[in-house]
Design a protein around this ligand. Structure first.
Ligand code: GLN
Ligand code: ZN
Length: 776
C-alpha cells in the first residue's frame, strides 16, 4: 500500500513542527498593518514574509536540523491558510462593495478582519493555547477547490536552495473540526460531512508536492488529542487511509500536539503513514508504543514548544533511549510548533544583565532549536557526553539554578500556602452578604457600571512612550494619568453611572501591570508571541515564588474614590488569568503557583477594603482558556482554579461586594464553576449569546448577581436605547431583577470615546426605562 516514493524518503533526525512567523522584530506585523492602512503594497508584505521564511530556513539548517517545515509563514492564521488552500471561502469575502471580485490577498484579509459590508470569520482559541484561529464557514453548498500554487512555489524554492523541505498541512479532521456550519447551511449539517469531498483534494495536493520535490509532508492532526466519538475516530481512520494510499506521494508525518492521542494512538500505529509526531511534554511518555510503530519514524516532541524553560537534556536522552527500540526510527523535535514562544534570547540583553540566573534557565525558539539539534547529535554519537558537552553543561546548570535560586524557594510564601484551609476559601452565605452590601452601599435596582477600562487614547499611549523615551519623568507621567482619572470620573458622573471605575489608564496590560509589581515575575523586552493576526502579546515570566512587596493599585483607587461621592470599584486581575497569560514555572504544580498569586491578590483586596473601597472586581477572563482538552482532566483544573479565585477573594468582609468578569468564550460547560467562584456579581460576555447564558445560569440554579454584557464593545456600532432595554427585559425575564446588573460586555480600552460615550449614555437610559417599567 505504501509506495516506492515514500519508502525511499530519506530519514530525518531533527526538526520542529512549526515556527514563529511574525518576525524577530515584529517586521511582518508592521508591514501588514501598513498595508491595511494603505501605506504598503501587497508586494512589500510578501517580500517581508519571504525574507523571514528564508531566514528561518537558513537558521534551522545552520543549527543542524535536517528537515525543514515549509508553508508555516502565515500572513494571518494557519487555519485560514488551510481554508483558502481548499477553497473554503465565505462568499461575502470574495466580492468588494462594487460587486467586483477581490484579489486573493484582499479576500484573505477580508475573511480575517471583515470589511465595511461583511463581517469577518469568527475567531476562537486554538485548543488550550492563547493563539486564536479563524473559524471557516462551510455548508453543503461550499464547493471545494485546490489553490496550491503558492505552497508549491514555496516548496520548489526551498528544494532549489538545497533544503530538505517538509510542507506542513493542517489535516482534514482538524480542519473540518475547526470549521462551523455557515449561516445558511442545512439543518443538521456538520462540517465533517465534507470529508469525502475534501480527501481527493488532499490526495491531489500530496502528489503535486512530491513532484515539486518534497520527500516528506507533515499533516497536523491535533484534533486527535481531544475527546473524539466513534464517528470522528472512524473519519480519522478513513482520512489517514486515503492519504496514505495516494500513489506517488511524499512520505507522511502525522503530527499531533497539545496532549496524548489516547485511543487514537492505535489508529496512528495502524495508519499507512511513515511517521508520527507525539507531544511527550503535554501528553506524557507512552509506557509502551503499539507494535505498528516498529516500522515507523517517531518524531518525539520532547523539547517543550510552548513554555520557555530549558530542557533537561539528561532526562530527555533517557526517554529517547527507552523509546528507540520500540520504533523503526527515532527523530527529535519540539512538542508543538514554536509559534507559541518568542524568537530568541538574543534580544533580552537587559534581562541578561539584570538577571543572568533567570536567563540561564530560559530557552526561546532559537534556543529550543539548538536543544533539538543537540539531542539528535547525542543520540547518534558514540560518546554523547563529549559530543554535546556544552549543551549538557548549560542544561545541568539550569537545573541547579532551579533547585538553588532562593527566589524560587521563599519559606514565608510556602508556609502561607501550606497553611491555607477551607475557612480561608469561604465567605458568609450570599443572602447575608447581599443584605450587608445593600446596607453599606445604596444602589438603585439594575445598577449600571462598566468593566473597568476606558478608552486608551492616543494621548495616553503617547505619554507612556514619552516616559519610556525619558522625555518626561515618572512624576509627570503619574500626573498625566491622574488627569485622565479625573476626566473619566467626571464623565461617569455626567453619564449617570451608579458604580464608577478609575478607568485603568496606568495599565499597559492587565497581567503585565501586576507582574511588574510582584516578586517572582520577570518581564521581557522583546518576548512577543502572536495572539492572532498581527496582534502580539508579551507574556511575563512567572519564575519564582510570588510575593507582593507593596500595594499595587491602592493609590489609584483611593485617588479615584476621593473625586466622587458615588461608589468606585477596585480593579484587580485574578490568579487564573495571571497564570494563563504568563509563561509559568513548572518546578511546582500550577495549583501551588496559583495559590501564591491568589494570596498576593488577597492582600491587595484587604488593602483596598481598608482604603474604603466597598466593591472590588477581580477579573478572570481566562478561566475558560486553560480548560484541558480532555474532559477527564477538567475537574482537577476547575478545582484548583476555583480555589485560587476564592482564596484571592474570600478574605473580604460580607459588606464588601466582590465582582468578577469573564469574556471571550462559551461558558456552557463552566456554569457550576462560575457559581462556585461565589462572586457577588459576575459580568459576562459570551461569544454567541449573552442572554442565552443568563437563562442557562438561571436554569442551573445560579443564585448570585449577574451582569450580562448588553453593549457589544467589540463593534464600533452605538446600540439604541430601546435595543438595550429589550436585552435588559429579556435578562430580567430570566433572572430576578434584584440580582441583575447593567454593563457593557467587556472593557472599553480598545474603543474610541466617540463610540462608547453615546453607547454608555444609551445604556444608562435603557436601565432607567426598564427600572420604571419594573416599578410600575
Ligand atoms: N478590567 C479589564 C478591562 O476593563 C477587563 C479586561 C478583559 O476582560 N479582558 O479592560
Ligand atoms: Zn472582558
Amino acid at each position: 500500500m505504501t509506495t516506492t516514493t515514500s519508502t525511499t524518503a530519506p530519514a530525518f533526525a531533527a526538526t520542529v513542527p512549526g515556527l514563529p512567523r511574525i518576525g524577530p522584530d515584529r517586521e511582518l506585523k508592521r508591514v501588514i498593518e501598513a498595508h491595511w492602512a494603505g501605506r504598503a503594497e501587497a508586494g512589500e508584505v510578501l517580500a517581508v514574509r519571504d525574507r523571514l521564511r528564508r531566514d528561518a530556513r537558513d537558521r534551522l539548517l545552520a543549527a543542524g536540523l535536517d528537515s525543514v517545515p515549509v508553508g508555516v509563514h502565515s500572513l494571518y492564521d494557519q487555519v485560514l491558510d488551510a481554508a483558502a488552500l481548499f477553497g473554503m471561502h465565505a462568499p461575502r469575502h470574495l466580492l468588494d462593495a462594487a460587486g467586483e471580485p477581490r484579489d486573493v490577498l484582499a479576500a484573505y484579509f477580508a475573511a480575517a478582519r471583515g470589511t465595511a459590508e461583511a463581517a469577518p470569520l469568527e475567531m476562537t482559541k486554538w485548543f488550550d493555547t492563547n493563539y486564536h484561529h479563524l473559524v471557516p464557514e462551510l455548508s453543503e453548498a461550499t464547493s471545494l477547490t485546490l489553490h496550491d500554487e503558492a505552497l508549491l512555489a514555496e516548496v520548489r524554492e526551498a528544494v532549489a536552495a538545497g533544503a530538505p523541505a517538509r510542507p506542513v498541512l493542517i489535516g482534514p479532521l482538524t480542519l473540518l473540526r475547526a470549521a462551523k456550519p455557515a449561516a445558511g447551511a442545512a439543518a443538521g449539517f456538520d462540517p465533517l460531512d465534507k470529508l469525502e469531498e475534501l480527501l481527493p483534494h488532499y490526495r491531489t495536493l500530496l502528489a503535486r508536492l512530491r513532484v515539486a520535490g518534497a520527500d516528506w509532508v507533515q499533516i497536523d492532526e491535533p484534533a486527535l488529542v481531544t475527546d473524539l466519538g466513534e464517528a470522528e475516530l472512524d473519519a480519522a481512520r478513513r482520512a489517514l487511509a486515503a492519504l496514505g494510499e495516494t500513489p506517488d506521494r511524499p512520505a507522511i508525518l502525522v503530527q499531533t500536539y497539545f496532549g496524548d492521542p489516547g485511543p487514537a494512538l492505535d489508529l496512528l500505529a495502524a495508519a499507512p503513514v511513515e511517521a508520527v509526531g507525539l507531544d511527550l511534554v503535554a501528553g506524557g511518555v507512552p509506557e509502551r508504543l503499539p507494535a505498528g510503530f516498529a516500522d515507523k519514524t517517531l518524531l518525539t516532541g520532547i523539547v517543550d514548544g510552548r513554555n520557555v524553560w530549558r530542557a533537561d537534556l539528561d532526562a530527555a536522552l533517557a526517554t529517547l533511549r527507552a523509546l528507540a527500540p520500540q520504533v523503526g526510527h527515532l527523530a527529535v523535535g519540539t512538542s508543538c510548533s514554536l509559534l507559541h514562544v518568542p524568537y530568541g534570547l538574543a534580544a533580552e540583553t537587559a534581562l541578561a544583565e539584570r538577571d543572568p540566573e533567570l536567563v540561564a534557565r530560559l530557552a526561546f525558539a532559537e534556543e529550543k532549536i539548538t536543544e533539538v539539534a543537540a539531542l539528535a547529535t547525542a543520540l547518534a554519537a558514540a560518546d554523547p557526553e563529549r559530543a554535546i558537552a556544552g549543551a549538557l553543561a548549560a542544561s545541568r546548570r539550569a537545573a541547579r539554578l532551579t533547585a538553588e535560586d532562593p527566589r524560587l524557594h521563599r519559606a514565608a510564601v510556602r508556609e502561607r500556602v501550606a497553611a491555607v484551609d477551607e475557612a480561608d476559601l469561604a465567605r458568609a452565605p450570599y443572602p447575608e452578604r447581599a443584605a450587608a452590601q445593600a446596607a453599606a452601599t445604596a444602589l438603585p435596582p439594575l445598577p449600571t457600571t462598566t468593566i473597568g477600562s476606558f478608552p486608551q487614547t492616543a494621548q495616553l499611549r503617547a505619554a507612556r512612550a514619552r516616559l519610556r523615551a525619558g522625555e518626561i519623568d515618572e512624576a509627570a507621567y503619574r500626573e498625566r494619568m491622574r488627569e485622565e482619572v479625573r476626566e473619566v470620573i467626571a464623565l461617569q458622573e455626567d453619564l449617570g453611572l451608579d458604580v464608577l471605575v478609575h478607568g485603568e489608564p496606568e495599565r499597559n496590560d492587565m497581567v503585565q501591570y501586576f507582574a511588574e509589581q510582584l516578586d517572582g515575575y520577570a518581564a521581557t523586552a522583546a518576548g512577543w508571541v502572536q495572539s492572532y493576526g498581527t496582534r502580539c502579546v508579551r507574556p511575563p515570566i512567572l519564575f519564582g515564588d510570588v510575593a507582593r512587596p507593596r500595594p499595587m493599585t491602592v493609590d489609584w483607587a483611593r485617588f479615584a474614590a476621593s473625586l466622587t461621592d458615588r461608589p468606585v470599584k477596585g480593579m484587580l486581575t485574578g490568579p487564573v488569568t495571571m497564570l494563563a497569560w504568563s509563561f509559568v514555572r513548572e518546578d511546582i504544580p500550577a495549583a501551588d503557583t496559583a495559590a501564591q498569586v491568589a494570596l498576593a491578590i488577597r492582600d491587595e483586596v484587604a488593602d483596598l477594603e481598608a482604603a474604603g473601597l466597598a466593591i472590588i472586581q477581580v477579573d478572570e477572563p481566562a478561566l475558560r482558556e486553560l480548560l484541558p482538552p480532555r474532559a477527564a482532566d477538567r475537574p482537577a483544573y476547575l478545582d484548583w482554579s476555583v480555589r485560587a479565585f476564592r482564596l484571592a477573594t474570600a478574605g473580604a468582609a460580607p459588606a464588601t461586594a466582590i465582582h468578577t468578569h469573564m469574556c471571550y468564550s462559551e461558558f456552557g460547560e463552566l456554569i457550576d464553576s462560575i457559581a462556585a467562584l461565589d462572586a457577588d456579581v459576575t459580568s459576562i460576555e459570551a461569544a454567541r449569546s449573552t442572554m442565552g447564558i443568563v437563562a442557562d445560569l438561571d436554569r442551573a440554579g445560579f443564585a448570585l448577581g449577574i451582569g450580562p454584557g448588553i453593549y457589544d464593545i467589540h463593534s464600533p456600532r452605538v446600540p439604541g436605547v430601546e435595543e438595550l432595554a429589550e436585552s435588559l427585559r429579556r435578562a430580567a425575564a430570566a433572572v430576578p431583577a434584584d440580582r441583575l446588573w447593567v454593563n457593557p460586555d467587556c472593557g472599553l480600552k480598545t474603543r474610541r470615546p466617540e463610540e462608547c460615550v453615546p453607547a454608555l449614555r444609551n445604556m444608562v437610559a435603557a436601565a432607567r426605562r426598564v427600572r420604571a417599567e419594573l416599578a410600575g
